[in-house]
Design a protein around this ligand. Structure first.
Ligand code: GTR
Length: 343
């Protein structure tokens, strides 16, 4: 069993003992994860959003679908990203899911539109490769228009996708039909890693829904199931998801100054739901749960419950039967979690 870095211990050895201490320790953790794993997020940029079209009869008239265009003033010129906004055709403000999606189409197997609408939620969907391609082309899409540090700590693609979700939120929060206190972010697999990193950084997001995110997501990198993905394996196949500094850690996991429970803890004192699938050995459910347990002490500084005190904690873990997937059962459990902790 290798040494597990303590989420509460500052780099200088002091221990966070209060909510005030945690705010500082959280900054340290975000800096560490940015510099050593995902790469630093770009600075905030101005955005504008416009409506291109509207369908008032989504899901048999239950929902309204708006086709939006998010315009980001990137370092080297403007860039536009399509956003699909779906919301119930009812007068009250809607809690919002920021959903980073594998598909450009809102009609897709990972998204149960009618169920989500019937529970009163709005969903803003961004298609991840409309932001930048899922490969090592650092000139594609938005990536080609953003400055990037060349010292090994420049943003990887996960950081750029996560950052764009926050820019979409900048614009969406200006609408008066969104319940600003109840914003969630959700993503599956590589986009679960993205949702986690976005939620860790963006304090406007109250609920961080991390689906089957595995390696470099919710799963601890130390002591993994040998059949699962490790930092070394992921860096060999997908170096562009990360910053270059991550490579050295992949080959020396036992000595990394962090592990993935740091990313979960960085969401505290907000709310995190980690989901795994029982047959998803590659993501390693046991390591995803261990990470929740290791992050839990942080919530106690706020008088909140972590995972160790039951599923109604502010950090929750859910194991769905089945394979790697973002299922209706996952969405339902995320919405139950949100309803238990709504502002
Ligand atoms: C796999 C990758 C995982 C996971 C998955 C996905 O190939 O090894 O880390 O992200 O892709 O995103 O579907």
């Amino acid at each position: 069993m290798s040494f597990i870095p303590d989420v509460l211990s500052f780099i200088d050895g002091r221990k966070a003992e209060s909510a005030q201490d945690w705010a500082l320790r959280r900054d340290e953790i975000l800096e560490l994860l940015a510099r050593e794993e995902y790469g630093f997020l770009p600075e905030k940029k101005p955005v504008r959003i416009s409506t291109l079209g509207k369908n008032n009869a989504h899901s048999g008239g239950r929902g309204i679908e708006e086709k939006l265009e998010l315009r980001i003033e990137a370092d080297m010129g403007p860039f536009t990203v399509p956003v699909t906004l779906l919301y119930p055709d009812t007068p009250e403000k809607h809690p919002l899911f920021l959903y980073i999606s594998f598909s450009p189409d809102i009609y897709q197997h990972y998204f149960p539109a009618e169920t989500v609408l019937s529970r009163g939620y709005a969903v803003a969907m961004l298609h991840y490769t409309a932001i930048t391609s899922d490969d090592g082309d650092m000139q594609n899409g938005l990536a080609g228009l953003m400055d990037r540090a060349d010292d090994g700590s420049g943003w990887g693609k996960i950081s750029l996708w996560a950052w764009t979700l926050s820019r979409a939120l900048d614009a969406l929060l200006l609408r008066d039909d969104i319940d600003k206190a109840n914003i969630a972010v959700i993503g599956h697999s590589r986009l679960g890693k993205t949702a986690l990193w976005c939620g860790a950084n963006d304090e406007r997001i109250r609920f961080v829904c991390v689906n089957d995110s595995g390696c470099s997501g919710a799963a601890m990198e130390r002591c993994k199931n040998p059949d699962s993905e490790t930092a070394e394996k992921i860096y060999r196949r997908f170096p562009f998801w990360f910053c270059e500094n991550y490579q050295k850690h992949g080959f020396d996991v036992d000595n990394m100054p962090f592990d993935q429970h740091f990313a979960l803890a960085a969401c505290c004192p907000r709310f995190v739901a980690v989901h795994s699938a029982s047959l998803d050995d590659w993501a390693d459910p046991a390591s995803e749960m261990r990470s929740c347990l290791n992050a839990s002490p942080v919530w106690k500084l706020y008088g909140m419950k972590g995972l160790d005190e039951g599923v109604k904690g502010s950090l929750s873990y859910f194991l769905r039967e089945g394979t790697h997937y973002l299922a209706l059962a996952d969405w339902t459990a995320y919405m139950d979690f949100i309803e238990a902790h709504k502002a």
